[in-house]
Design a protein around this ligand. Structure first.
Ligand code: ZN
Length: 305
């Protein structure tokens, strides 16, 4: 059988890989994510396969607009002319690196200030902004000739994330839709409500035997229905644990975002950094929405029942 999926990888941190994927049909190919500045050799390997197969690279699909998934968009596009497609939510982050950095890293400047270390880790790996050619939302189908890849909504880690579901192969290619739990910091999610919906959707595909294999950018492939449902369950449990921890912290009275972020980071043994801060803030907003927590100015407290 003709090979349709190619994986290219490098170690990114001691705990995580950084990958890009090439999905190849009879007429055209798609590059899923472009890694980040500094990983040009990794992406070159993918472009060499496209050249060897003599198939045009039609699309660069960004799973989501984080630096380690979009950083070489401009670099790839100038070489190939491929169209950049991503969830429409990511458009400003893909087009304007300054805005991406500001909103991703410095969303709470009174708690986390700009620093050369943060600029080096995130801003300097972003590469130039590039216009988003195609804004996706899920439901679109990329017909590559003899192979169809369905764009599916996998939001939650960020408010707009997509993946490619190749139904004929029972395979899902994702970015960070199933977040990593083994990092020294919280990998994070910005929308717990959307994350729950995404996890449910993946579970339904797996239990209906529409999905047997998940490839992601940082973690090992998850193979088989049983392992997929276990991976989903772990993350559902984590969402519940985070809610419970915050409600528990609020048991003794009102607390600030800073208190809660530091307390949750300490409970989990994670470095208190910007991804965790955004995640804790998102859980508090979600708990407020659900009537379990109230916000009073800068402070949060348990809602009276
Ligand atoms: Zn991410």
């Amino acid at each position: 059988m003709k090979q349709w999926l190619y994986m290219f990888e490098r170690q990114m941190t001691p705990q995580a890989m950084l990958r890009v994927y090439l999905v190849v049909g009879g007429r055209s190919a798609v590059l899923v994510d472009t890694a980040m500045v500094g990983y040009e050799e990794l992406v070159t390997e993918a472009l060499q396969v496209v050249q060897r197969l003599r198939i045009p690279l039609k699309f660069i699909v960004n799973t989501h607009a984080h630096h380690d998934h979009i950083g070489l968009n401009h670099w790839v596009q100038t070489q190939t002319g491929a169209l950049v497609a991503a969830h429409r939510w990511g458009k400003p982050w893909i087009e304007v690196p300054e805005r991406n950095y500001q909103e991703f890293v410095l969303a709470h400047p009174h708690l986390i200030a700009d620093s050369p270390a943060l600029q080096g880790e995130i801003y300097n790996t972003l590469g130039p902004g590039i216009p988003l050619d195609i804004g996706l939302r899920g439901g679109e189908v990329l017909n590559l000739g003899e192979l169809e890849a369905e764009v599916v909504d996998l939001s939650g880690h960020v408010p707009g994330e997509i993946g490619l579901l190749v139904r004929d192969k029972q395979t899902l290619i994702t970015g960070d839709a199933l977040t990593c739990s083994n990092l020294p910091f919280f990998h994070g999610h910005m929308r717990p409500d959307l994350y729950r919906a995404t996890l449910n959707r993946i579970n339904v595909w797996a239990t209906n035997r529409q999905l047997d294999c998940i490839y992601s950018i940082h973690q090992s492939p998850i193979l088989g229905c049983r392992d997929i449902t276990m991976a989903v369950q772990e993350r559902q449990d984590e969402l519940d644990r985070l809610d419970r921890a915050l409600e528990d912290e609020l048991h003794s009275g009102t607390r600030s975002l800073k208190d809660l972020w530091l307390a949750v980071s300490a409970r989990w043994g994670k470095q208190p950094e910007f991804r965790g801060l955004t995640m804790v803030h998102a859980h508090l907003a979600d708990l407020c929405q659900r009537g379990r927590v109230e916000q009073l100015g800068e402070l949060f407290r348990r809602a009276e029942t």
